[in-house]
Design a protein around this ligand. Structure first.
Ligand code: ADP
Ligand code: MG
Length: 263
């Protein structure tokens, strides 16, 4: 099926990039308003475990709002969102449970400036997960090695480049051992020469089998690792397809216009 289609890039190890039958995120007939403004209109989206989904679309189309609804940084008003089997309701326990399963990386890295890289990574595991400090630090060092900056562990965020800070933000999310990772334009605040080091980290995360929802306009990344590309405009999902079909054979005029502007 389309869901199973794997990228052909020979530099990407697809052996663990398996899409499971298990559902990670289910969004049904979901709507959101900001006051009077209808920002998300009847969103339906099922994400299976192991999927790597790229969300693209013009500025203001509701991409950030959609992924922020998934971990309740924004609240939807109509329809259902179920994450790892837990329905998102006003129940604070459900929200805490979902936030434990869902890591998020933002455009601006949102690191704590007064904490070292290592302390940024161990803060939540120690205080939220009640992990012993020693164990949290060992795990954090392992993730810092995975994003290839273990030598920066004792520096402060301000001493790092933007690309390094974003890799710390990714490592920090991974320290909570999430089931799902959400990315909101993680490279769009970076200088061009730093974009690839962050994308490389995201590629290896995809290779590890992580379920990923990425808002990005990095279409090379989409072609490399995404199994589905979703195009949003005006608060709606206009079109979705496997990357090959999406880029080579876009269906709607709005998708064609968007692609002509970014490619
Ligand atoms: P995208 O990420 O695709 O650029 P957003 O989800 O950030 O889009 O925003 C979608 C629309 O909602 C935009 O028109 C934006 O101005 C509006 N919007 C975003 N956040 C808020 C907010 N907190 N209050 C009111 N309007 C908002
Ligand atoms: Mg946005």
């Amino acid at each position: 099926s389309d869901l199973q289609s794997q990228p052909a890039d020979p530099t990407v190890d697809t052996s663990r990039m398996k899409v499971s039958e298990e559902v990670a995120i289910e969004i049904r007939n979901m709507h959101k308003w900001y006051g009077e403004f209808h920002v998300l209109k009847n969103i339906n989206l099922t994400v299976h475990k192991g999927e790597r989904i790229v969300i693209c679309g013009p500025s203001g189309s509701g991409k950030s709002t959609l992924i922020r609804c998934i971990n309740r940084l924004e609240q939807h008003q109509k329809g259902d969102i179920v994450v790892s089997g837990v329905e998102l309701t006003d129940d604070i326990k459900n929200i805490a449970e979902i936030r434990r399963e869902v890591g998020m990386v933002f455009q601006h890295f949102n690191l704590f400036p007064h904490l070292t890289v290592l302390d940024n990574c161990t803060l939540a595991p120690i205080w939220v997960r009640k992990m012993p400090k020693r164990e949290a630090e060992e795990a954090a060092m392992e993730y810092l090695r995975r994003v290839r900056i273990p030598e920066q562990a004792n520096k402060f965020p301000g001493q790092l480049s933007g690309g390094q800070q974003q890799r710390v933000a990714i490592a920090r999310s991974l320290c909570m051992n999430p089931e799902i990772m959400l990315f909101d334009e993680p490279t769009s605040a970076l200088d061009p020469e730093m974009i690839s080091e962050v994308l490389d980290t995201m590629v290896s995360l995809a290779e590890s089998g992580m379920t990923m929802l990425c808002v990005t306009h990095e279409m090379g990344f989409a072609r490399k690792v995404a199994n589905r590309v979703i195009f949003m405009d005006g608060g709606e999902i206009i079109e979705e397809n496997d990357p090959e079909s999406f880029f080579n054979n876009p269906q709607s005029d709005r998708t064609k216009l968007f692609l002509s502007q970014i490619l």
